[in-house]
Design a protein around this ligand. Sequence first.
Ligand SMILES: [Zn+2]
Length: 228
Amino acid sequence: MPATCEPVACTTTGESQSPIPLEPSQSSALAAPVTRYGTHVALIAYNSGYGLRADLPAADLLLPSRTNTLQVDGGTYQLLEFHFHAPGEHVWPGNVRPALELHLVHADARGNLAVLGVPIVVRPGSSNVGFEQLLQQAPAQRGQRRSLPAFFNLAQFVAPALGGATFRYPGSLTTPPCSEGVRWNLTDMSRALVIAPTQETRYRAVFPQSSCRPLQPLNGRVPLRVAP
Ligand SMILES: [Zn+2]
C-alpha cells in the first residue's frame, strides 16, 4: 500500500506536533511504561471516517474493576479508546513506516492525554485473532457504531508489543484539533503486531482513505529510547 499521508485540518497549532520520525533517539534511564489491560473488555466499534475506533463504554470508565490503565512518568492514565491509522504515522528507526499503527488513547483525572502507539506489520501466513474480531464488527458507514457481541481480550491483543524498548516524546493528537500536551510512548518495531495480508486488504476496503498525517518538525525535540 502506498504511504501517502494527507494533511489534516488542525484547529490548534504549536511547536510540538505529531507524528515525528523516531530517529535519532537518545537512550534514557526513565522507567518503562506499565500497562494494565483487561481480558474481558466491552467495546463499541466506531467508523470515524479516518479509520476504525474502539470505544470503551462510558459507564465502564467509572468502574475500577473495568479500568484499563497506562502508568508513565509517575502518572496513571485510563484508557478511553483505541484506533488505527493506515498507513502508520510515526517512522521508526531505519526509516520504517508500519502498514498500520495502533493508538491507545488514555487520560488522567485532569484530562491530560497519554498515547501508547504500536506498529502493525503485514506478514503472509499470519493472522491476528484480536484484529479479526474488530474487523468483523467494523461499521461500513462513517459515523456508525456497533457494540462488539463478545468481550475483547485487550491484554492478549497488545501483549506481543510489550516488554521491549519504547520511544517517548511530547507531541500532539494527529487528528483535529491536534491538541498538544500528549505524552507519546511508542513500542519497538521488533515487537510489532502482525496481521495477515488479507486482513490489511479487508481493512483498507472498509477504510480506503489514507489516515496518516505527514511527519511534523521536531523543533528541538529528541525522542528518548526507554529501555524495558
Ligand atoms: Zn491516532
